[in-house]
Design a protein around this ligand. Sequence first.
Ligand SMILES: [Fe+2]
Length: 424
Amino acid sequence: MASADSADCLPVFDLTSVVGKAPDEYDAQDEELCRGIAECLHKTGCLIVRDPRVPNYMNEHFLDLLERYFEQPADRKMADCRPALDYQVGVTPCGTEVPRCLVDPQLQDQLRRLQPPNRPTLPTGADLKWRYFWRVGPRPPATAFPELNAEPVVPTGFPDWAPTMDAWGSALLGAAQAVAGLLGRGLGLPERQLQDVMSHGPHLLAPTASDLDCNGRLGAVLAGYHYDLNLLTVHGRSRFPGLFVWLRDGRRVPVRIPEGCLLMQAGKQLEWLTAGHIMAGFHEVVVVEPTLAAVERARAAGRSTWRISSTVFTHAASDTLLAPLGPFATAPGAAAYPPTRAGEQVQRELEAICLRKQENHAPPSAAAAAASGTAAPSPSAKGGSMSNSGSAGSGSSSGLGSGLGGVAAGLGGSSATGVAIGGR
Ligand SMILES: [Fe+2]
């Protein structure tokens, strides 16, 4: 018998009754929806919602576009790479982002405590996935974190890029903003407090892309076990299975999203704002039998075998102070979440997962000296990377290889990790 998946384990919260309604118009059923969302995120870190404003055809257009983009040769895509901006806009090549579990001793301890079948697939190096970051929503008029709020990169040869990305990104962001409002109410926070934290945040439409022609082997780790550093992550449906999430009770469940629904998962910033009442959830993307079966079906139908994820990272505004809100400020354990500007928390996470490099942010004189080396790295010859999938905290590399059987041996050179380069 197949193991339970996310659609078996998690209820669907339908937002239809509250769309277009002010909170003071909520009836008893709407209030129950708010409490249910808060309870589900507290107990599991995950949420499945149906938002009638998010049509499936928009996701299909988005997936079609991203498949066409990633089918291009690697050198064409590398023109859209911005390592000097910590990869926060444009493309991030495969082999760049390092899964947090390779570099975080605390995470390694946690991972060892998990028993099969809940144990993650141990990665041996940087992720095999590519990614594209596309800003969604208005940027702040002024910010101390310009690289997190940079101008978008529009790839050449895709005239429908901006409208397609904006439409899907805005739809997913709108669903997350609605959930933030309901969640805040369910948690007993002041009206709009969570939505205000998100206002002008560096939200990203962040599809990952994995070439299953190159990497379609059982157990290949497309994205290693990690939590997301942002506030709330939204997943639309992908055309290939392989995403697994961990519920707070430690269960590892394959993700299946019912038609017309979205899966959301708490990130580190939501954990911070609630002092751990809601914990950041973990996930990984690995090639499993159902992935390979989907690849065979795609090949037979002449469709792309690039696995595109339909993902939005919603964020707290970079210049906002992250600190436990309302009743969570005095909760036991609140001291573990000291007041920190969200932009600084993001930078620390990005450094830990190799997407941010200190030399990119050196004082002007040092930066000028290094400028000759700022060309985009080739996917086959780069070291670290950054992604939104990190974790705050102890990002030192002191734990590399310690006790994980040399798991981290591939860090520092993706060519040693078996990373397949995108050309087909
Ligand atoms: Fe992630």
